[in-house]
Structure formats: C-alpha cells, structure tokens
Ligand binder design. Structure first.
Ligand SMILES: CC(C)(COP(=O)(O)OP(=O)(O)OC[C@H]1O[C@@H](n2cnc3c(N)ncnc32)[C@H](O)[C@@H]1OP(=O)(O)O)[C@@H](O)C(=O)NCCC(=O)NCCS
Length: 189
C-alpha cells in the first residue's frame, strides 16, 4: 500500500470523497496528511474533529485545530485554550500587484525597505503568514481583506496591531530555509 492509500484509509468517509476529488496527487497527499495529523492531535480528548460549512476544521471549544500545506510541507496546530490558526508558506516570487492587494501602506513600506529579490519576498511572507494565521483562527479566511489585519514584523516576534493585539498571540518559526510558519493563538479571556 502506498503512502497516500494508507493515509486515505484513516480518513472519515466525507474526507475521503473530498480528497479523491483533488486533481493533483501532491494535493491529495498534503490534505490527507493534514487531516490525519489533526485527528492524531485531537485523539483521546473527547472532541471529535469535523469540518465546518466554511471549510474550517473544528473540534469542541476550548480545543481547536488548524492546518496548512504548501510546497510539500504540512503543518498542524492544536490549542487547548481557544481558537488557533496556522499558515505555512514556502518563500517564492510573488507579483508586486498581489503584494499590494495584501498589504497596508505601512506594511508595504517595511517590505520595500529591502531590495527586490529574496529578502523582499521573505518580508512579504513573514507578514502574509501572520495575516493568514489570524484569518484562519477566526475562520474568515480570504473572505476578509487581509489589509484589514494590521501586522508588525519589524521586531523579534510578529504582532497584530490595534485592538486585535490584546487578544491574540503570533508565533513564527522557520523549520527550513525559505519555509515560514506562523501560528496565531487566542489569549484566554
Ligand atoms: C482557508 C484559506 C485561507 C486557506 O488558504 P491557503 O493558503 O490556500 O491554504 P492553507 O494550506 O494555508 O490552508 C488550507 C487548510 O485550511 C483549512 N481551512 C479551510 N477553510 C478554512 C477557514 N475558513 N478557516 C480556517 N481554516 C480553513 C483546511 O483544513 C484547508 O486544508 P484542506 O482543504 O486540505 O483541509 C483560503 O482557502 C480561504 O479563505 N478559503 C475560504 C474563502 C475563499 O475561498 N475565498 C476566496 C476569495 S479570495
């Protein structure tokens, strides 16, 4: 049995059908692995894993899960104290027009402090993973304009700006060169 078959056998029926409908094998593999990781993280905690109508994986609060996949990497996060969102991105060239649609003017200025090239893309994805981790934690996803989520990545750790700052914590890591992961966790009230 190959790796994909082994993962698919561990999925609930509805997730098997969803994965089977994905066109590319690498997407089927990443999606199935992500679900199995979240299944394993929540196992034995009495909070069944399911998918909400918005596509967001869900358990029973205060337990929460999230997952992300990109470029052959898969990451999953679990929180036992409130909502969580995770975003993983491989740093790669993106068009300046896309960057302008995603970043606020102060964020753009920070990215433009470095010359065009790898460092510029690296700064963009530091901001982007932070924004998307937050949007995945709330479940809004890209249905919300990412420019409405203000982020500061100029310090040692990323931070949300404005009234969001007091309620959420951002943590970023780089498990390999040009792979960025940010986790956004809700602070207990
Ligand atoms: C959720 C979303 C932010 C994912 O972005 P992405 O960078 O393509 O993908 P990631 O690898 O980081 O995350 C994908 C995983 O997030 C999870 N997810 C899906 N919808 C989600 C949501 N609303 N909130 C949180 N997580 C979500 C899923 O587990 C998904 O993987 P799976 O489909 O293989 O199970 C994005 O697809 C989205 O916003 N979708 C809903 C709204 C939409 O499609 N808007 C398009 C208008 S531009």
């Amino acid at each position: 049995m190959d790796a994909l078959d082994a993962l698919v056998r561990r999925l609930p029926t509805v997730e098997r059908s969803r994965v089977a409908a994905l066109l590319r094998r690498e997407d089927r593999l990443a999606s199935a692995l992500g679900w199995v990781l979240m299944q394993d993280l929540t196992a034995g905690r009495g909070a069944p894993l399911r998918r909400g109508p918005d596509g967001r994986p869900r358990t029973d609060p205060p337990l929460d899960v999230s997952m992300s996949h990109s470029g052959g990497w898969v990451a999953a996060a679990l929180s036992a104290a409130g909502r969580v969102g995770i975003d993983l991105e491989t740093v790669r060239p993106v068009s300046p027009s896309l960057v302008r649609r995603c970043l606020s003017p102060p964020e753009l200025s920070w990215v433009d402090e470095v010359p065009a090239g790898p460092a510029w893309h690296h700064r963009f994805f530091r901001l982007w993973t932070a924004k998307e981790a937050f949007l995945k934690a709330t479940g809004a996803g890209l249905g919300q304009d990412p420019r409405t989520v203000g982020v500061d990545c100029s310090g040692a750790a990323p931070a949300l700006l404005g009234e969001l700052a007091g309620s959420w914590t951002l943590t970023s890591t780089s498990p390999a060169r040009d792979v960025l992961v940010t986790v956004c966790t809700e602070r207990p009230a």
